[in-house]
Design a binder for this molecule. Structure first.
Ligand code: GDP
Ligand code: MG
Length: 355
């Protein structure tokens, strides 16, 4: 399972154009375990310099980057929370995503109708925000109704939960997104099950050909979608010749970073270096499960080293050689630690599972 980012915004702002650009850029779908993908869902490789460096010293036959899913969600219209347009379906798709990539429009194209009849990204963001907040309010109200019924049984835990939900409801009804509310870790975990829309991490992108976007207010990453779609057709050599900087890669990284995940690496005895994604705080046994469900069950122990230690040590003169030489070398130097199933994986760990 990849983590997913939903592309959200009003109609005709460029969502599908961005989706096409993101998913066209040479994704090696075959290297991912799931190949049947809905037309609105695309898998994208996460750019990763650490993986490149590890691969330089390990020299594997194959390099497989981590991936995230992008979902092209149908355009939202005012009143979506009441079921207008594709309202409910739209909001349901957002609920299933781990993060939101919100798109606002600042390109001029008279042939493409603008919902507001003018460029006004701030207003677009407001409309989307209101719809998401209204939907969350509805979810909160339903949750309270249900919990109050349960509370008749005098269950203390239910009372605590009601208080947390009411605190959230109070802020949301004042127009505050849940991601902006000061919540303790405990409170956050209590409300997790509801998958609130405004609790999701968000990246805001402005579809524009302008460099200076200060007039539209802060918080946006500027990107020219039309241009990106054209660039996504070029091959790596053409890209190099034209000295085009890779804005899409930067956007993908931005999305990956707001998801607040960590990356670990496997080298499969020198055959394949691979980057995989994990929730912060996960155990090495969870990590094994990301690779293969069998690995989780049969997990015995793991050998672990930080990517930097591996790369730096192996880069010393005499450190390079056959594919497994790098790993052998750090092992002989006693730099690899052996860990049991409860070890908490750190960002950048290179792991060899023993099953
Ligand atoms: N001029 C210009 N047209 C764009 C740009 N992005 C999208 N469009 C056009 O706007 C129309 C709507 O784009 P689309 O991606 O389908 O919008 P969506 O409804 O948000 O998915 C299409 O005809 C696109 O070619 C852009 O950056 N510049
Ligand atoms: Mg579209």
């Amino acid at each position: 399972m990849s983590f997913s980012v939903g592309i959200v915004g009003l109609p005709n702002v460029g969502k599908s154009t961005l989706f096409k650009a993101l998913t066209k850029k040479g994704v090696d779908i075959a290297s991912h375990p799931f190949t049947t993908i809905h037309p609105n869902v695309g898998i994208v490789s996460v750019p990763d310099q650490r993986l490149e460096k590890i691969s330089e010293v390990i020299k594997p036959e194959k390099v497989t980057p981590a991936s995230i899913e992008f979902v092209d969600i149908a355009g939202l219209v005012k009143g979506a929370h009441k079921g207008e347009g594709l309202g409910n379906q739209f909001l349901g798709h957002i609920r299933n995503c781990d993060a939101i990539l919100e798109v606002a429009r600042a390109f001029n194209n008279l042939e493409v109708e603008n919902v507001f009849g003018e460029i006004n990204p701030k207003k677009e963001i407001e409309v989307v925000k209101t719809e998401l907040l209204m939907k969350d309010l509805e979810t909160l109200e339903n949750a309270i109704k249900k919990l109050e019924k349960e509370a008749k049984s005098q269950n203390k835990i239910v009372f605590i939960k009601i208080n947390i939900i009411k605190k959230v409801q109070d802020a949301v009804s004042k127009g505050k997104m849940i991601s902006e509310i000061d919540l303790t870790e405990e409170e956050k975990s209590e409300i997790k099950e509801y998958q609130f829309l405004t609790a999701k991490p968000k990246v805001m992108v402005l579809n524009t050909d302008k460099q200076d976007i200060t007039q539209y207010g802060g918080g946006f990453i500027p990107l020219n979608f039309k241009l990106e779609e054209e660039i996504s057709e070029l091959n790596p050599t053409e890209l190099k010749e034209l000295e085009i900087s890779n804005e899409l890669d930067r956007l993908i990284l931005n999305c990956y970073n707001v998801l607040d995940l960590i990356t670990f690496y496997t080298i499969a005895g020198g055959k394949e270096t691979r980057a995989l994604t994990l929730k912060k705080g996960s155990s090495v046994k969870d990590a094994a499960g990301k690779l293969h469900s069998d690995f989780e069950e049969k997990f015995i122990k793991a050998e672990v080293i930080g990517w930097k230690a591996l790369v730096e040590t192996s880069s010393h003169p005499g450190g390079r050689g056959s594919p497994v030489a790098a790993w052998q070398r750090v092992k002989e130097l006693g730099m690899i630690k052996t860990v049991g199933k409860d070890y908490v994986v750190q960002d950048g760990d290179v792991i060899e599972f023993k099953i």
